[in-house]
Ligand binder design. Structure first.
Ligand SMILES: C[S@@+](CC[C@H](N)C(=O)[O-])C[C@H]1O[C@@H](n2cnc3c(N)ncnc32)[C@H](O)[C@@H]1O
Length: 347
């Protein structure tokens, strides 16, 4: 076996060789520094699309279009339609819809699900990450599949930390108030703290709100999926504990289930993936902590400097005043006039 050639199977990760020892570095340097996009799972989604062979692929929540691009490429081979539902599409997503056959649906899920093509066979759910929205999305997607008589394949993002058991709201006012937990826009989550940290941790800077408490009933994405399928023992839910967690839901007896099982079973609740993910999160949160500490030090330095400059100006003014007073005293001494005492000065 040669150890110094690049394996020509493009489905395998490229590794460094003796002649090209920089493969890992070069690929790492090119990856976007984005912690949460499922775009990094391109091969897995490609294999899943190829196994399920849908006529329609739907992504709910497209953001910058990173996963959307991958889905478009994979659906191309099947000539499948690709739709993306996003309530606030980014400029990149709008451009993707303008320049490819992507069909952009500018609307809120779950309501938008009722407007989708009847056979939305392969759906990625990655819009709002809270119980109220996800439980309704899951129920509607399953009900539509049952009514139309096809086996649904639904992929969910954010089924592990931090949104598995804690709600996130992009727009709390768009959710039934009865389903909204106490939340704040100015906190962040961290693996180093059970409670959200005001102004710290992984935070949205105002883009979304985070529930104050984790766990309990009706809280979080995985809790929503579990509740929506509680009476469905015909379905299997596989959890791949990477990139904030992926959940894959499908009927055990779908014609393509054996092919999908072969892809997902080895990853389902993999301790190796879970540990890598936790390590990745811990490193990122540590980086945020250090960054926040650096900013706090810089702020303290700026405040100290401003205080010092104000004091310096004050002392310089006083110094000048004393010099002038001294000069006046000397002048008075030279002319024989008695010096004029100043307030607080020597009598
Ligand atoms: C986490 S991002 C999606 C990331 C993307 N799927 C990826 O992997 O690169 C969530 C997106 O969902 C959209 N969104 C939030 N709430 C929504 C809702 N109720 N309906 C539709 N889209 C929603 C947001 O505008 C945002 O673009």
């Amino acid at each position: 076996m040669s150890t110094d050639t690049t394996d020509d199977d493009s489905r395998l990760a490229r590794l460094s060789t003796r002649d090209d020892p920089y493969v890992e570095q070069d690929e790492a340097a090119e990856l976007p520094l984005l912690l949460h996009s499922m775009g990094v799972l391109r091969e897995l989604f490609g294999d899943l699309v190829a196994a399920v062979r849908p006529t329609t692929v739907v992504e709910i929540g497209g953001e910058g279009g990173l996963l959307t691009r991958e889905l478009l490429a994979h659906a191309e081979a099947l000539d499948a339609r690709v739709l993306c539902v996003d309530s606030a599409p980014s400029a990149a997503l709008v451009e993707l819809a303008d320049t490819t056959r992507l069909e952009l649906v500018r609307a809120f899920s779950p309501a938008a699900i009722d407007e989708l093509p009847e056979r939305a066979e392969f759906v990625v759910v990655d819009g709002d990450h809270n119980y109220a929205v996800v439980v309704e999305e899951t129920r509607r997607l399953l009900a539509r599949a049952d009514a139309a008589g096809f086996p649904p394949f639904v992929a969910f993002h954010d089924v592990c930390f931090p949104w598995a058991r804690r709600d996130l709201y992009y727009d709390p006012s768009a959710v039934d108030p009865a389903g909204v937990h106490a939340h704040r826009f100015d906190t962040g989550v961290s693996v180093f703290s059970h409670d959200p940290i005001p102004g710290g941790g992984m935070r949205s800077r105002g883009n979304y709100a985070i529930a104050d408490h984790a766990g309990g009933e009706r809280n979080g994405v995985r809790t929503a999926i579990e509740d929506a399928i509680a009476d469905r023992d015909d379905l299997v839910l596989r959890i791949v504990p990477a990139v904030f967690g992926l959940g894959f839901l499908y009927p055990k007896d779908a014609p393509w289930a054996p092919a999908v099982d072969a892809l997902l079973q080895p990853l389902d609740r993999s301790p190796l993936l879970a540990r890598l993910e936790r390590n990745r999160l811990a490193l990122y949160m540590k980086l945020l902590e250090l960054q926040d500490h650096g900013h706090a030090l810089a702020r303290a330095y700026d405040e100290d400097r401003a205080r010092f400059e104000a004091r310096y100006a004050e002392v310089s003014g006083e110094n000048l005043r004393l010099r002038e007073e001294l000069a006046a005293l000397k002048d008075a001494g030279r002319s024989g006039a008695s010096p004029v005492p100043t307030a607080g000065g020597p009598a």
